[in-house]
Design a protein around this ligand. Structure first.
Ligand SMILES: NC(=O)c1ccc[n+]([C@@H]2O[C@H](COP(=O)([O-])OP(=O)(O)OC[C@H]3O[C@@H](n4cnc5c(N)ncnc54)[C@H](OP(=O)(O)O)[C@@H]3O)[C@@H](O)[C@H]2O)c1
Length: 435
């Protein structure tokens, strides 16, 4: 068997998982790769990693791994976009293939990285960057290569899903669950990327590029996190037969492509509504296959390492083949990727959940529903909640038909201007994920 030498940079959660699986499953991995895969150099500043690296060469300076002439594949598992970018670019320059789990790096710097890789004739693989252990990149790029992808919708941030699951199932408050997610190591010490939707946006940019053969485009994504979500709305949504999930949605139509990340009401009976805790899932609607769902662990040491190893094996299999025979990183050659019109969020069409507080007086509700009717908006469901004695306002909850966001916003402004309506209207998007 030909030897393939691996250099791992970063022996943290994922790096140590890669090392451990490689030791445990060496026989199967080598026979599948038809190569003797061996970690021969590690770049790490940790003295006590969660794996036994024996006599493997260790460099404190990770760039020594990129420069090591004996290394075939550099595995970047340090995270971030500054040092990681320099490491990946240096590895490419030295003719190394690269495997990374770094979604921020690929989403933000992927264009430059893939161009450099193409020029140097090396592979940059990133299966672990989206949905951890779920092989969704391979599914889209290879399994569904004969399909036109209509849309995909995913729960692609485990921390947000854990928080929403706890809020919905146990009625817990957001800050309380966030503190637990941090204590359990699900959320980063600075959890902004998780709860503000930025991490999900990075992943959605990568998914959309592979699904629609468009350039990576993080700037065009509408991003809303879960920090503004109220327990009250989770409860009302449940009464109406919906669960609230934080989804990344990419849709392609004749008008262009829409990319958005936001809390979304989905039917409680739908498969995606049953994806709970830290688990991830991506639903894909493709013209030939129809709908399919990819579900599993989106994070964690060995689940994520599982995807890193799949990339290492893939590269090892084709090392000696000419680059033209390799599966392109984003599913087609870079020059074939075609920018499409990005649909602004005001022009997207979906259904909506609205909640507002209204004076409990005759005619108040009909004034609000008349505004909706005049705007051509149908009300699919409505509930009015009595407040405790002594409070003159009631909560009104509406579910609308499918309509452009621009039309909804105009009607919402008019409702907010009514003298009988107190405060602002809470608006959440609602998807049936079947159209
Ligand atoms: N954890 C997951 O479940 C998961 C899932 C999917 C994708 N990912 C991605 O995988 C990557 C790694 O994540 P992780 O969770 O394994 O992170 P981690 O546990 O923090 O490990 C990163 C390791 O890299 C080391 N490191 C950072 N900068 C370094 C430098 N300049 N020189 C040498 N070592 C350096 C750190 O050393 P110190 O210990 O000294 O800080 C740490 O040991 C990230 O891009 C992340 O987004 C992670």
């Amino acid at each position: 068997m030909k030897p393939v030498n691996i250099g791992i940079c970063g022996l943290g959660t994922v790096g140590s998982g890669v090392y451990n699986i490689l030791q445990r499953n060496a026989k199967q991995i080598n026979s599948r790769a038809n190569a003797a895969i061996c970690v021969t150099h590690v770049g790490s500043r940790r003295d006590n990693p969660a794996c036994d690296i024996g006599e493997t060469r260790v460099s404190r300076d990770i760039f020594e791994v990129a420069k090591d002439p004996t290394i075939d594949i550099v595995v970047e598992l340090i995270g971030g976009t500054s040092v990681a970018f320099d490491l990946v670019m240096m590895s490419i320059k030295h003719g190394k293939h690269v495997v990374t789990a770094n979604k921020a790096l690929i989403a933000e710097n992927g264009a430059e990285i893939f161009a450099a890789a193409e020029q140097q004739g090396v592979i940059v693989a990133f299966e672990a960057a989206v949905a951890g252990g779920i092989p969704i990149i391979k599914a889209l790029r290879e399994g569904l290569a004969g399909n036109q992808i209509n849309w995909l919708a995913g729960i692609i941030n485990g921390t947000s899903n854990f928080i929403l699951t706890e809020m919905a199932s146990k009625g817990r408050a957001f800050p309380d669950v966030l503190a637990e997610a941090q204590a359990k190591g699900y959320a980063e010490a600075d959890p902004t990327f998780d709860i503000e939707g930025i991490d999900a946006a990075h992943k959605l940019a990568i998914l959309a590029s592979v699904a629609f053969s468009i350039p990576l485009n993080i700037e065009s994504i509408f991003v809303q996190g879960i920090t503004q979500l109220e327990q009250l709305d989770i409860g009302y949504a449940r009464e109406l037969g919906y669960a609230i999930k934080h989804l990344g949605i990419a849709r392609q139509s004749g008008e262009g492509v829409e990319l958005r990340v936001h809390p979304t009401l989905v039917p409680a009976a739908s498969l995606i509504a049953g994806v709970n805790d830290v688990l991830n899932a991506v639903m894909v609607d493709a013209d030939a296959l129809g709908s399919s769902l990819y579900y599993g662990r989106g994070a964690g040491s060995e689940p994520t390492a599982s995807s890193v190893l799949a990339d290492i094996i893939d590269i090892s299999r084709v090392l000696e083949n000419p680059p033209a025979t390799w599966v392109p990183a984003l599913g087609c050659p870079l020059e074939v990727l075609t920018a499409q019109k990005m649909i602004p969020v005001a022009d997207i069409e979906t259904c909506y959940y609205l909640r507002f507080s209204m004076l409990d007086t005759p005619g108040a509700l009909s004034n609000a529903t008349k505004i909706m009717a005049d705007a051509g908006i149908s009300i699919e469901a409505i509930i009015q909640k009595e407040q405790p004695a002594g409070i003159d306002y009631v909560n009104v909850i509406l579910v609308t038909n499918r309509l452009p966001e621009r039309c909804l916003n105009a009607a919402v402004s008019e409702i907010e201007d009514l003298s009988t309506v107190q405060g602002s209207v809470t608006t959440l998007r609602l998807e049936h994920l079947d159209q």
